[in-house]
Every structure is written in C-alpha cells, then in structure tokens.
Design a binder for this molecule. Structure first.
Ligand code: UDP
Length: 361
C-alpha cells in the first residue's frame, strides 16, 4: 500500500513522526512524505524534523503564509500533480489545519482513499477555522482514526458508517512517550535560570483569543495576576507576537517583569518546560493532551474544547477568557496537592502501530 503522508504546520509534525516510523517498519506499507510548507522556518518546522527524526520530505510544496483561501487553494494546486504523478493507494492527513482539508479534497476528487488521523474531535464551534477543517475532512474520509471516545460518538452522530471508524489512541502521545527521556536532558531550565523555581508555562495563538484586543487584553489581566505570584514562561507563537504589536499590547507585556517572552522553542525544550511547570495556561489543542500525560495541571483559556477526555480524567479545566475565572482556576491548581489525573485508554505509545496494522490489513 503506497501512502502519501501530509504534514504542514507545527502541530502536524509530532503526529506524523510516529506514523512515518510505523509505516517504514511495516512491510506492507510504502510511505512518502509531503510537506506543504504551511509552517516553514527553523523554529516552527525544521527543528521538529531534526528532533523527532522525521525523514526529509520527498516533496515540499513551499506554500508559505497566506489567507485561508489562498493557502488552501495553493496547496490544492500544488498537491494535485503530486498525487497524479505518484499514484498512491491512499493519502493520509493529520489534525485540523488548512493542509489537512486541502490535501484531503485533492485526494478524494482524484478517487484516492483518504485517511484522517485524529478524526472526530469537535468543539462544536464553527467560528474556529480548525473546526471547519475537521468537519469537512471527516465527511470525505475513508478511514477515520480516533484518539478518544467522544470522537466515535461525534462521528456516529454525523452518520459516518461504523466500519470506517477506528479508536486507536493518540499519535501525539506516541511521540511524547518516545521523547520524554530525551526531553528530561534538555538544558532549557538551566538556560532560563528556572531550576528549583516555581513557574507557569503559557501558550496562546487561537484567533479568537489573540485577534481581538478586548479578549487578548482580558487574558493579559489574568496573566498579570499570575506573574505577580510566579514566573510565567511564554514561548510566543509568531501570530501572537505579531498581534501584540498590531493591537498595541506590547508595552503592557513588556511591563510585566515576571513574564518571560521567548521565541517558540523546540519540542524537547517545550516538553521539559511543561513537565517542570506548576501549571500550564494555554489555548492549544495538543497541549491539553500532553499535560494530561505529563500530569501537569492545564488551564484552557477557551469556551470549548474538542478534547473533553482531558477534563474527564481530571487533568484539564476549561475556564474561558474571563480573568477572574482564569485566576480562580490558577489558585485552585496551585493550592491542590491531590492532583492525580488518570491516563486515557490507548494513550500508550502504540497508536501509530495500530494504524499501520489496520491499514495493511
Ligand atoms: N510546542 C512546541 N514549542 C512551543 C510551543 C508548542 O514544541 O514553543 C508544541 C507542543 O508541545 C505541541 C504542539 O507544539 O506538541 C502544539 O502546537 P500548537 O499549540 O501550535 O497547535 P494546536 O495543538 O493548538 O493545534
């Protein structure tokens, strides 16, 4: 079975890495890798390929940054000839970025089977660009590989036939478990002078949080309170950094003496930063899952989550963007010594192997 695997943006790389490993090791599967170039620089892309041992992409579409429509269209235009030339038996896409839906559409229009890894997740918020990508990709996929039970329910409710649905676990957690020991050796805490220091880790980049000055400002109100209490380490997404300037919030952030703004850090350093943190504040999807396994309390600054299992097992709190609620959640977790979330079923490091075995029959 010849499979073209697609990766485009940072959260795709930790998902594609274990799949490429499992496919290379399976005699029945011949994998190829296409990078769309949605994220393209050293800090958002190349570093992850090196650290995670992802093979050099066979093809890079080099689409770069653009509006959603232009990017999706560019990826489709450039991906179609690749599929026509290499004639795969299937195209595999992961997650919920523009590359996911763009390459998915190209595949099905050419009559090529489509595999979606991390299918079925739903925030039920169509204002999120990722939610639109998820719903559309799932609607046209032939194999839907799922990380958590809610995904199975969601797909059944949307009428997806059960023989396409496979609950296999979480490839992102495959990568975390494989790299945890290496991450423990990262020197990032020494470099930041954070050894033995209580600190919180912060990430945010969702348009709903960082495009609107009122919402972004409310979150900063909460962060201001948290950094009065402990150091807050903030590896900042390029989109968020851009918006700080555009929305006139840079001075406010600069004035917070305990808030440490960093460029985005590599995967191993970020795992180390999360592992050592008292608490992680985020609007990321994947980080809600990683903190669950690292057993670090997660506060999700969003109104909804497509990953409800992280809340059910006791690892994650969904608090929205009201500063009082964020601070109240922060106070709860730092005062709580009984924090002991359980591990979701099948988040055991073998999801990619299960996917390979399912596909190769
Ligand atoms: N991550 C990283 N360095 C950073 C911030 C995040 O390696 O500075 C990793 C994080 O551990 C997770 C992934 O990037 O594996 C999450 O990506 P992101 O938050 O961009 O996407 P989302 O999960 O929200 O789609």
């Amino acid at each position: 079975m010849k499979i073209i695997n697609v990766a485009g943006a940072r959260p795709n790389f930790m998902k594609i890495a274990p799949l490429m490993d499992a496919f290379a090791a399976h005699p029945g599967i011949e994998p190829m890798l296409v990078h769309t170039g949605q994220h393209y620089d050293e800090k958002m892309s190349d570093l992850f390929f090196r650290q995670l041992g992802i093979p050099e992409p066979d093809i890079n579409l080099e689409v770069g940054s653009a509006s959603h429509a232009v990017m999706t269209a560019e990826i489709m235009k450039k991906f179609e000839p690749v599929v026509l030339e290499h004639k795969p038996d299937a195209v595999l896409v992961v997650g919920d970025v523009n590359s996911t839906i763009a390459c998915g559409l190209v595949a099905v229009k050419l009559g090529v089977k489509l595999i979606h890894v991390e299918a079925g997740l739903r925030s039920f918020d169509r204002n999120m660009p990722e939610e639109v990508n998820r719903v559309l990709t799932d609607a046209i996929s032939d194999y839907l590989f799922i990380t958590e039970p809610s995904g199975v329910e969601n797909l059944k409710n949307e009428g997806v036939s059960e023989d396409k649905i496979f609950l296999v676990g979480n490839v992102m957690i495959d990568t975390l478990l494989k790299n945890k020991a290496k991450a423990d050796e990262s020197k990032v805490l020494d470099e930041l002078d954070l050894n033995g220091v209580d600190y919180a880790a912060l990430t945010m980049h969702r348009p709903s949080n960082v495009d609107d000055p009122a919402v972004f400002g409310r979150i900063l109100d909460a962060i201001e309170r948290v950094q009065n209490d402990m150091v807050v380490v903030f590896p900042i997404h390029p989109r968020t950094r851009n918006n700080l300037g555009k929305l006139g919030l840079a001075d406010r952030v600069d004035a917070m003496v305990n808030l440490r703004l960093l460029d985005p850090v590599g995967y191993l350093d970020f795992l180390k930063l999360m592992s050592g943190a008292k608490v992680v504040l985020t609007d990321s999807g994947g980080i809600q899952e990683e903190t669950t396994i690292l057993k670090v309390p997660c506060i999700t600054m969003r109104e909804n989550t497509e990953r409800p299992i992280t809340i059910e097992v006791g690892a994650n709190q969904l608090v929205g963007t009201d500063p009082q609620k964020i601070v109240a959640a922060y106070e709860r977790v730092v005062g709580d010594n009984g924090f002991s979330p359980t591990v979701p079923d099948l988040w055991d490091g073998r999801a990619a192997v299960r996917i390979a075995e399912t596909l190769a029959g």
